[in-house]
Design a binder for this molecule. Structure first.
Ligand code: 4AD
Ligand code: MG
Length: 476
């Protein structure tokens, strides 16, 4: 019978002989194959009877080769594993030239592995990260399904720029060397494929709102695209966003939902992916040892995840946060690049990190931001100057979630759009929601890769998505 490595290592196997297919991670002493097939972080040891195996076959058992092994599963004589395979036959399915194969059994830099992203999941680190990514996606769907949400597929090609930041990728079939022009000399998008300017979506929120206002509780989980030229360890040009949207829910309910949701998905991986987490935990502990004492993290990866699951997020208004920042040491000593002088300042990541990593040492939900630093659709507070926005900030990551209670009053929304020069004609359908049965509603967006970064302890967002798209890079 054929098995996976995971089955052989964890289940009671009664049938003999067994068969397995996988890739050789290492072959040592002409005898011991460490075999992996992706089903677990662990390899199974396959012991080759080298005296009775052809020299020509032994030579072809090289790191990276695909093999089909038959043999007996036995209790291991050696240390480090309970069982191993006494090999009776090895068939080489695909050779791998040991001189050329990039993934040698040694430490590679993440930069090198990024250039070999098609092979990097053959390392323990990246296979663990991608199994966790898969598991977290499942946990996301499970959470919403268990809690009465409908999964909605919002369009990827759209005419609207939900965030109004103008960082969209245009979708067009016009000849860019020779585009059709209208009388005023501008490009005539009426002649374009969709008959109007269109772009890749930056967020499914506006469309999700339409479904929330009929189905009640919905969420989207799909790719989003932003043409911002941010070459940081936390920005991608293509990333996956989870966006729930709920009718009759206010900002406090939104905070409760976000917190419960994040705790639930993190708890899911603690329960289902402990081996991968333990591996990454150790990887980080080893990495920490190379740092000076002062820069080392106080908690290990698993401790950090448990901390988030077991403790309440701190809820702090923007106004309180500004007071804390104004009176903080780095502000007074002018250590921040952007000194906080007055209420209304936009928070930079250095400020967010100070709040979560130094001051609160916990995830923080910041709410009630100044209206003019947030998107047009957020509900204006009675003070006339703040909006019911919330950002959730995480240690080591910064902004993980952005959300708000939505402006449900037609006149107030129109006013806001006018001030920001957002066309009512374009968003006629969005305004209709405020005309026909409008009601309080709220939602948020969680950047999935940032969640995966937190859950795996990876320091660069390019290392938690299979094929990262960033400025100047769309390889693979
Ligand atoms: O804060 P943002 O821009 O919010 C929205 O798009 C709202 N429409 C969401 C909503 O209310 N339904 O983005 C939400 C989250 C951020 O908090 C961040 O985690 C992530 O998306 N994000 C990015 N992740 C990776 N790369 C980028 N370039 C990102 N931009 C935003
Ligand atoms: Mg945001």
């Amino acid at each position: 019978m054929s098995y996976t490595v995971s089955q052989l290592l964890t289940e009671d196997i009664n049938f003999q002989p067994i068969e397995i297919k996988g890739w050789v991670r290492r072959f040592r002493s002409n005898r011991f194959i460490a075999l992996n097939d992706g089903s677990t972080i662990n390899n199974i040891q396959c012991v080759v009877d080298f005296e009775n195996t052809d020299e020509s076959i032994l030579k072809r058992i090289t790191t990276g080769a695909a093999v089909h092994i038959k043999g007996e599963l036995v209790e291991s004589q050696g240390k480090g594993q309970k069982v191993e395979i006494q090999v009776t036959s090895v068939e080489i399915l695909g050779d791998s030239d040991p001189e050329e194969y990039p993934i040698q059994p040694k430490k590679h830099t993440f930069e090198f592995l990024r250039e070999n992203a098609h092979l990097r999941t053959r390392t323990s680190t990246f296979s663990a990260v991608m199994r966790l990514r898969s598991s977290l996606s499942f946990a996301v769907h499970k959470y919403f399904n268990d809690n009465g949400f409908y999964y909605m597929h919002t369009p990827i090609i759209t005419g609207s720029d939900a965030e109004g930041a103008g960082e969209t990728f245009r979708v067009s079939t016009l000849d860019i060397k020779n585009p059709p022009l209208s009388d005023d000399g501008k490009i005539d998008y009426k002649k374009d494929f969709f008959g109007k300017e269109s772009n890749l979506t930056v967020s499914g929120q506006l469309e999700a709102e339409t479904y929330a206002m009929s189905l009640g509780k919905v969420y989207t989980f799909g790719p989003t695209f932003r043409a911002e030229n941010s070459n940081t360890t936390r920005h991608l040009s293509e990333f996956w966003m989870i966006e729930p949207e709920v009718a009759f829910m206010d900002l406090a309910g939104n905070m409760d939902l976000a917190e419960d949701f994040m705790k639930s998905v993190l708890n899911y991986i603690l329960e289902h992916n402990l081996e991968d987490l333990e591996f990454l935990n150790q990887r980080l502990l080893d990495e920490e040892k190379t740092k000076p004492q002062a820069e080392r993290s106080e908690m290990s990866l698993i401790e950090k995840i448990k901390f988030v699951v077991d403790n309440n997020f701190k809820r702090v208004s923007y106004t309180e946060a500004i007071d804390i920042l104004k009176n903080s040491k780095p502000n007074k000593k002018k250590k921040f690049n952007y000194i906080i002088e007055e209420w209304g300042a936009d928070l930079q990541s250095e400020h967010e990190r100070f709040l979560v990593e130094k001051h609160f040492k916990s995830p923080v939900i910041l709410f009630d931001y100044p209206a003019n630093i947030k998107a047009f659709y957020m509900r204006l507070n009675e003070d006339g100057k703040t909006v019911r926005a919330m950002d959730i900030l995480f240690p080591g990551i910064g902004e993980m979630v952005g959300g708000s209670q939505r402006e449900e009053r037609l006149e107030v929304l129109k006013e806001k759009m006018k001030a920001l020069d957002i066309s009512e004609e374009e968003l006629w359908w969005y305004l209709d929601l405020r005309k026909y049965g409008t009601a309080v509603h709220s939602g948020f967006g969680l950047g999935f890769e940032r969640l995966v970064m937190f859950a795996t302890g990876m320091g660069n967002i390019r290392d938690v998505i299979p094929y990262p798209r960033t400025p100047q890079n769309a390889e693979f």
